[in-house]
Write a protein that binds this ligand. Sequence first.
Ligand code: ATP
Ligand code: MG
Length: 208
Amino acid sequence: MSLLVGFSLVNALYFGGLRVISGVLSIGQLTAFLIYLVMLIRPMIAFGWVINILQQGSASMARLARILDTEPEIRDTAHADFSIQNILGEIVFHNVRFTHQASDRESLRGIDLMIPQGTTLAIVGHTGAGKSTLVNLIQRLYDVTEGELLIDGKNVKEIPLHVLREQIGYVPQETFLFSGSIGENHQLGHRQVQRRTFARGCQSLPYR
Ligand SMILES: Nc1ncnc2c1ncn2[C@@H]1O[C@H](COP(=O)(O)OP(=O)(O)OP(=O)(O)O)[C@@H](O)[C@H]1O
Ligand SMILES: [Mg+2]
């Protein structure tokens, strides 16, 4: 852009200067022409920026639309019991096996685990042992391939997805914060908070 601006000024000066010397153009006309030329520089640069921003925006919008249009594979099943409003927190894995879709190797095999309500449990193991996978099953980011996962004695698939996920606090291994306050990020997925946030035009929300 700077190169083009420089070239056009040099050209205008050179050819305009020749015309002034040969008497075709007055020095005033050349000066006026040069001033107009300089006045055009900023709008032309801004025009380029606007086109750039529009193209970036439309590319981002297309990617967003693709994500928003994606039908989630995991949703409430026909067995979901919508009378369940709360979970207490007893978690039982019963001979659970799990294989990732893109993989032909089992990530979890023969998991039998009982975590009583209100207890704290740390799961340790080497890289790739399946710790994250195990935790992701609880909130149904994946569904078990074989076996059963029970929460409060009910198969996790019977618990409405929003009830399950609203009541689980989860800090993922790769953390990501949306643009917004820490409070909004913390309460993401909480319906009341979302409604209030949208009502306020997505302004920052005091954390309670
Ligand atoms: N999306 C995926 N597709 C296919 N295989 C996967 C996927 N995610 C994890 N795996 C595989 O499942 C196994 C368990 O992975 P997981 O991420 O649960 O391990 P981890 O114990 O959490 O490891 P780390 O300590 O590195 O976090 C690994 O062999 C991994 O390669
Ligand atoms: Mg992990």
